[in-house]
Design a protein. Structure first.
Ligand code: UDP
Ligand code: MG
Length: 311
Protein backbone atom coordinates (compact mmCIF):
# COMPACT_ATOMS: atom_id res chain seq x y z
CA UNK A 1 0.00 0.00 0.00
CA UNK A 2 1.12 3.51 -0.69
CA UNK A 3 2.60 5.24 2.33
CA UNK A 4 1.36 8.57 3.62
CA UNK A 5 3.95 11.26 4.32
CA UNK A 6 3.01 14.06 6.70
CA UNK A 7 5.07 17.19 6.43
CA UNK A 8 4.90 18.85 9.84
CA UNK A 9 5.74 22.53 9.64
CA UNK A 10 5.69 25.14 12.41
CA UNK A 11 5.09 28.63 11.03
CA UNK A 12 5.34 32.01 12.66
CA UNK A 13 5.06 35.17 10.57
CA UNK A 14 6.25 33.48 7.39
CA UNK A 15 4.03 35.26 4.84
CA UNK A 16 7.02 35.89 2.60
CA UNK A 17 8.08 32.25 2.46
CA UNK A 18 4.93 30.21 2.74
CA UNK A 19 3.69 30.21 -0.89
CA UNK A 20 7.12 29.49 -2.29
CA UNK A 21 7.49 26.68 0.23
CA UNK A 22 4.16 25.12 -0.73
CA UNK A 23 4.94 25.35 -4.42
CA UNK A 24 8.40 23.80 -4.04
CA UNK A 25 6.98 20.96 -1.95
CA UNK A 26 4.33 20.30 -4.63
CA UNK A 27 6.96 20.21 -7.35
CA UNK A 28 9.05 17.79 -5.37
CA UNK A 29 6.26 15.44 -4.41
CA UNK A 30 4.23 15.38 -7.61
CA UNK A 31 6.01 12.28 -8.88
CA UNK A 32 6.83 10.78 -5.54
CA UNK A 33 6.22 7.21 -4.42
CA UNK A 34 4.20 8.47 -1.45
CA UNK A 35 1.02 10.44 -0.99
CA UNK A 36 1.37 13.38 1.31
CA UNK A 37 -0.35 15.85 3.58
CA UNK A 38 1.06 19.20 4.60
CA UNK A 39 0.30 20.16 8.17
CA UNK A 40 1.04 23.70 9.20
CA UNK A 41 0.99 24.65 12.86
CA UNK A 42 0.59 28.38 13.04
CA UNK A 43 2.27 29.67 16.15
CA UNK A 44 0.18 32.80 16.65
CA UNK A 45 1.34 34.72 13.56
CA UNK A 46 0.26 38.33 13.35
CA UNK A 47 0.90 38.75 9.63
CA UNK A 48 -1.01 37.21 6.75
CA UNK A 49 0.47 33.69 7.06
CA UNK A 50 -2.82 32.13 8.14
CA UNK A 51 -4.78 33.89 5.41
CA UNK A 52 -2.42 32.63 2.72
CA UNK A 53 -2.57 29.07 4.01
CA UNK A 54 -6.37 29.15 4.19
CA UNK A 55 -6.51 30.31 0.55
CA UNK A 56 -4.30 27.40 -0.47
CA UNK A 57 -6.52 24.95 1.42
CA UNK A 58 -9.51 26.05 -0.75
CA UNK A 59 -7.83 24.39 -3.74
CA UNK A 60 -5.75 21.70 -2.14
CA UNK A 61 -7.24 19.31 0.38
CA UNK A 62 -3.84 17.88 1.27
CA UNK A 63 -3.00 21.03 3.19
CA UNK A 64 -4.13 21.28 6.81
CA UNK A 65 -3.77 24.00 9.36
CA UNK A 66 -3.76 23.99 13.13
CA UNK A 67 -3.64 27.41 14.72
CA UNK A 68 -2.24 27.90 18.19
CA UNK A 69 -4.02 30.58 20.15
CA UNK A 70 -0.84 32.60 20.74
CA UNK A 71 2.91 32.36 20.23
CA UNK A 72 4.09 29.25 22.08
CA UNK A 73 7.52 28.72 20.48
CA UNK A 74 8.40 26.27 17.77
CA UNK A 75 8.69 23.20 20.00
CA UNK A 76 5.04 23.45 20.97
CA UNK A 77 4.03 24.27 17.39
CA UNK A 78 5.84 21.22 16.08
CA UNK A 79 4.20 19.07 18.74
CA UNK A 80 0.79 20.37 17.67
CA UNK A 81 1.51 19.48 14.04
CA UNK A 82 2.69 15.99 15.01
CA UNK A 83 -0.46 15.51 17.09
CA UNK A 84 -2.69 15.96 14.05
CA UNK A 85 -0.49 14.17 11.52
CA UNK A 86 -1.81 10.85 10.22
CA UNK A 87 1.21 9.82 8.17
CA UNK A 88 3.30 6.66 8.22
CA UNK A 89 6.28 8.97 7.97
CA UNK A 90 6.52 12.46 9.41
CA UNK A 91 8.94 14.97 7.98
CA UNK A 92 9.75 18.04 10.05
CA UNK A 93 10.71 21.08 8.00
CA UNK A 94 10.79 24.84 8.38
CA UNK A 95 9.06 26.89 5.66
CA UNK A 96 12.01 29.27 5.27
CA UNK A 97 13.65 26.89 2.76
CA UNK A 98 16.96 26.81 4.61
CA UNK A 99 16.73 23.06 4.30
CA UNK A 100 15.59 22.58 0.70
CA UNK A 101 12.56 20.47 -0.30
CA UNK A 102 14.65 18.81 -3.02
CA UNK A 103 16.04 16.64 -0.25
CA UNK A 104 12.66 15.12 0.64
CA UNK A 105 13.06 12.14 -1.70
CA UNK A 106 16.39 11.20 -0.13
CA UNK A 107 14.85 11.34 3.34
CA UNK A 108 12.10 8.98 2.25
CA UNK A 109 14.47 6.46 0.76
CA UNK A 110 16.74 6.63 3.79
CA UNK A 111 13.96 5.93 6.29
CA UNK A 112 12.69 3.12 4.08
CA UNK A 113 16.01 1.40 4.66
CA UNK A 114 14.53 0.61 8.07
CA UNK A 115 15.30 3.47 10.42
CA UNK A 116 12.97 5.09 12.92
CA UNK A 117 14.52 8.55 12.73
CA UNK A 118 16.79 10.19 10.18
CA UNK A 119 18.44 13.45 11.21
CA UNK A 120 19.47 15.90 8.49
CA UNK A 121 23.03 17.12 8.93
CA UNK A 122 24.24 20.20 7.09
CA UNK A 123 27.06 19.82 4.61
CA UNK A 124 27.97 23.45 5.05
CA UNK A 125 26.52 26.37 6.91
CA UNK A 126 25.14 29.26 4.91
CA UNK A 127 25.05 31.46 7.97
CA UNK A 128 26.96 34.56 8.92
CA UNK A 129 30.04 34.33 11.11
CA UNK A 130 28.26 35.37 14.29
CA UNK A 131 25.29 33.07 13.71
CA UNK A 132 27.43 30.04 12.99
CA UNK A 133 29.80 30.77 15.88
CA UNK A 134 26.80 31.07 18.15
CA UNK A 135 25.29 27.85 16.91
CA UNK A 136 28.60 26.00 17.43
CA UNK A 137 28.84 27.34 20.98
CA UNK A 138 25.20 26.43 21.61
CA UNK A 139 25.66 22.80 20.66
CA UNK A 140 28.99 22.53 22.46
CA UNK A 141 27.56 23.82 25.74
CA UNK A 142 24.59 21.56 25.30
CA UNK A 143 26.84 18.54 24.80
CA UNK A 144 28.75 19.37 27.97
CA UNK A 145 25.64 19.86 30.08
CA UNK A 146 23.48 17.10 28.73
CA UNK A 147 25.99 14.46 27.73
CA UNK A 148 24.00 13.99 24.52
CA UNK A 149 25.86 13.03 21.38
CA UNK A 150 23.76 14.83 18.81
CA UNK A 151 24.92 14.75 15.20
CA UNK A 152 26.32 18.09 14.05
CA UNK A 153 25.83 20.52 12.43
CA UNK A 154 22.23 19.52 12.87
CA UNK A 155 19.70 20.60 10.26
CA UNK A 156 16.05 21.20 11.02
CA UNK A 157 14.87 18.67 8.47
CA UNK A 158 14.36 15.18 9.84
CA UNK A 159 12.04 12.30 9.19
CA UNK A 160 10.61 9.74 11.59
CA UNK A 161 8.05 6.97 11.42
CA UNK A 162 4.65 6.57 13.06
CA UNK A 163 5.98 4.51 15.95
CA UNK A 164 8.54 7.21 16.74
CA UNK A 165 5.91 9.95 16.47
CA UNK A 166 3.63 8.14 18.92
CA UNK A 167 6.45 7.81 21.39
CA UNK A 168 7.31 11.48 20.95
CA UNK A 169 3.74 12.39 21.82
CA UNK A 170 3.86 10.28 24.95
CA UNK A 171 6.44 12.70 26.37
CA UNK A 172 4.19 15.03 28.31
CA UNK A 173 6.73 17.54 29.61
CA UNK A 174 5.81 21.10 28.79
CA UNK A 175 9.38 22.38 28.63
CA UNK A 176 10.13 20.47 25.44
CA UNK A 177 13.67 20.19 24.18
CA UNK A 178 12.89 18.33 20.97
CA UNK A 179 16.35 16.93 20.25
CA UNK A 180 16.71 15.77 23.84
CA UNK A 181 13.42 13.91 23.64
CA UNK A 182 14.44 12.38 20.31
CA UNK A 183 17.67 11.09 21.81
CA UNK A 184 15.83 9.83 24.89
CA UNK A 185 13.52 7.82 22.60
CA UNK A 186 16.54 6.36 20.84
CA UNK A 187 15.59 3.48 18.47
CA UNK A 188 17.29 3.13 15.10
CA UNK A 189 18.66 6.51 14.10
CA UNK A 190 20.64 7.59 11.08
CA UNK A 191 21.90 10.83 9.59
CA UNK A 192 21.75 12.24 6.10
CA UNK A 193 23.99 14.98 4.74
CA UNK A 194 21.97 17.73 3.09
CA UNK A 195 22.50 21.10 1.49
CA UNK A 196 21.84 24.28 3.40
CA UNK A 197 20.63 27.59 2.00
CA UNK A 198 20.14 31.07 3.34
CA UNK A 199 16.61 31.90 4.42
CA UNK A 200 14.36 32.39 1.34
CA UNK A 201 12.88 35.63 2.73
CA UNK A 202 12.07 37.30 6.00
CA UNK A 203 14.21 37.27 9.11
CA UNK A 204 15.05 34.72 11.76
CA UNK A 205 12.52 34.69 14.59
CA UNK A 206 15.23 33.71 17.02
CA UNK A 207 17.32 36.68 18.01
CA UNK A 208 20.25 36.36 20.38
CA UNK A 209 18.21 36.69 23.56
CA UNK A 210 15.68 34.13 22.39
CA UNK A 211 18.42 31.70 21.42
CA UNK A 212 19.94 32.07 24.87
CA UNK A 213 16.57 31.28 26.39
CA UNK A 214 16.32 28.23 24.14
CA UNK A 215 19.72 27.05 25.35
CA UNK A 216 18.73 27.60 28.97
CA UNK A 217 15.48 25.69 28.48
CA UNK A 218 17.30 22.85 26.76
CA UNK A 219 19.80 22.57 29.60
CA UNK A 220 17.11 22.76 32.27
CA UNK A 221 15.00 20.19 30.48
CA UNK A 222 17.75 17.74 29.94
CA UNK A 223 20.37 18.20 32.61
CA UNK A 224 20.61 18.36 36.38
CA UNK A 225 24.23 19.45 36.20
CA UNK A 226 23.50 23.04 37.30
CA UNK A 227 21.99 21.67 40.51
CA UNK A 228 24.94 19.41 41.12
CA UNK A 229 27.33 22.29 40.54
CA UNK A 230 26.44 23.76 43.95
CA UNK A 231 27.48 20.55 45.69
CA UNK A 232 30.74 20.39 43.79
CA UNK A 233 31.68 23.99 44.46
CA UNK A 234 30.65 23.50 48.09
CA UNK A 235 32.90 20.47 48.51
CA UNK A 236 35.81 22.34 46.92
CA UNK A 237 35.30 25.30 49.26
CA UNK A 238 35.11 23.13 52.38
CA UNK A 239 38.24 21.17 51.46
CA UNK A 240 40.27 24.24 50.48
CA UNK A 241 39.19 26.11 53.62
CA UNK A 242 40.44 23.26 55.79
CA UNK A 243 43.68 23.19 53.83
CA UNK A 244 43.99 26.93 54.36
CA UNK A 245 43.58 26.51 58.14
CA UNK A 246 46.31 23.90 58.13
CA UNK A 247 48.69 25.95 55.99
CA UNK A 248 48.15 29.15 57.95
CA UNK A 249 48.67 27.36 61.28
CA UNK A 250 51.93 25.83 60.12
CA UNK A 251 53.08 29.14 58.63
CA UNK A 252 52.32 31.04 61.81
CA UNK A 253 53.86 28.47 64.16
CA UNK A 254 57.10 27.93 62.32
CA UNK A 255 57.74 30.59 59.71
CA UNK A 256 55.99 33.95 59.59
CA UNK A 257 54.85 36.01 62.50
CA UNK A 258 51.76 37.57 60.89
CA UNK A 259 48.89 39.37 62.57
CA UNK A 260 46.40 36.99 64.16
CA UNK A 261 42.69 37.42 63.73
CA UNK A 262 42.10 37.86 60.02
CA UNK A 263 43.20 34.34 58.94
CA UNK A 264 40.78 32.65 61.32
CA UNK A 265 38.04 35.02 60.20
CA UNK A 266 38.62 34.35 56.52
CA UNK A 267 38.83 30.61 57.06
CA UNK A 268 35.61 30.56 59.05
CA UNK A 269 33.79 32.48 56.32
CA UNK A 270 35.31 30.29 53.63
CA UNK A 271 34.27 27.13 55.43
CA UNK A 272 30.82 28.52 56.19
CA UNK A 273 30.16 29.42 52.55
CA UNK A 274 31.30 25.97 51.56
CA UNK A 275 28.97 24.20 53.99
CA UNK A 276 26.13 26.44 52.85
CA UNK A 277 26.63 25.62 49.20
CA UNK A 278 27.07 21.96 49.96
CA UNK A 279 23.68 21.69 51.60
CA UNK A 280 22.10 23.92 49.00
CA UNK A 281 23.37 21.36 46.50
CA UNK A 282 21.85 18.53 48.53
CA UNK A 283 18.51 20.30 48.51
CA UNK A 284 19.05 20.93 44.78
CA UNK A 285 19.49 17.22 44.18
CA UNK A 286 16.11 16.52 45.73
CA UNK A 287 14.54 19.33 43.73
CA UNK A 288 16.12 17.72 40.67
CA UNK A 289 14.51 14.40 41.50
CA UNK A 290 11.13 16.06 41.96
CA UNK A 291 11.62 17.82 38.63
CA UNK A 292 12.49 14.70 36.72
CA UNK A 293 9.64 12.75 38.31
CA UNK A 294 7.20 15.51 37.48
CA UNK A 295 7.97 15.18 33.76
CA UNK A 296 6.22 11.80 33.77
CA UNK A 297 8.43 10.53 31.01
CA UNK A 298 7.89 7.02 29.75
CA UNK A 299 10.09 4.74 31.83
CA UNK A 300 11.67 3.04 28.86
CA UNK A 301 11.71 3.00 25.11
CA UNK A 302 11.72 -0.51 23.67
CA UNK A 303 13.41 -1.52 20.45
CA UNK A 304 11.53 -4.68 19.56
CA UNK A 305 8.99 -7.11 21.01
CA UNK A 306 9.10 -10.79 20.15
CA UNK A 307 5.98 -12.82 20.61
CA UNK A 308 4.40 -10.08 22.70
CA UNK A 309 1.28 -8.29 21.53
CA UNK A 310 1.13 -4.54 21.95
CA UNK A 311 -2.14 -3.77 23.74
N1 UDP B 1 8.81 29.57 14.63
C1 UDP B 1 7.68 29.24 15.37
N2 UDP B 1 7.44 29.94 16.51
C2 UDP B 1 8.26 30.92 16.96
C3 UDP B 1 9.42 31.21 16.21
C4 UDP B 1 9.67 30.51 15.06
O1 UDP B 1 6.92 28.35 15.01
O2 UDP B 1 7.98 31.49 17.99
C5 UDP B 1 9.08 28.83 13.40
C6 UDP B 1 9.43 29.71 12.24
O3 UDP B 1 8.29 30.01 11.46
C7 UDP B 1 10.41 28.89 11.47
C8 UDP B 1 11.04 27.99 12.49
O4 UDP B 1 10.22 28.05 13.65
O5 UDP B 1 9.75 28.06 10.57
C9 UDP B 1 12.46 28.36 12.81
O6 UDP B 1 12.56 29.73 13.01
P1 UDP B 1 13.63 30.61 12.27
O7 UDP B 1 13.83 30.16 10.87
O8 UDP B 1 13.24 32.02 12.46
O9 UDP B 1 14.92 30.31 13.15
P2 UDP B 1 16.39 29.95 12.66
O10 UDP B 1 16.27 29.02 11.49
O11 UDP B 1 16.99 31.25 12.30
O12 UDP B 1 17.00 29.31 13.87
MG1 MG C 1 15.18 29.09 9.83
Amino acid sequence: MEKLLSLVVPVYNEEECILEFISQVRTELVNSSVTYELIFADDGSNDNTVGLIRDEIENDSRIRLVELSYNHGKQAALTAAVTYAKGDYLLYMDPDLQDPPEEIARFISKIEEGYDLVFGVRESMEAGFVASAFSKAFWLILDVFTGLKLPRPLAVMRIFNREFADRFLSYKESNRFIEGIFMHIGMRQATLKIKHRPRFAGVSKYNFARKLRLAKDAILDYSELPLKLATRVGIILVITSLLAVLTLTILRLFFINFQLGWPSLICTLWFGFGINLLFLGVIGSYVGKIYSESKHRPLFSTQRLTNIKQS
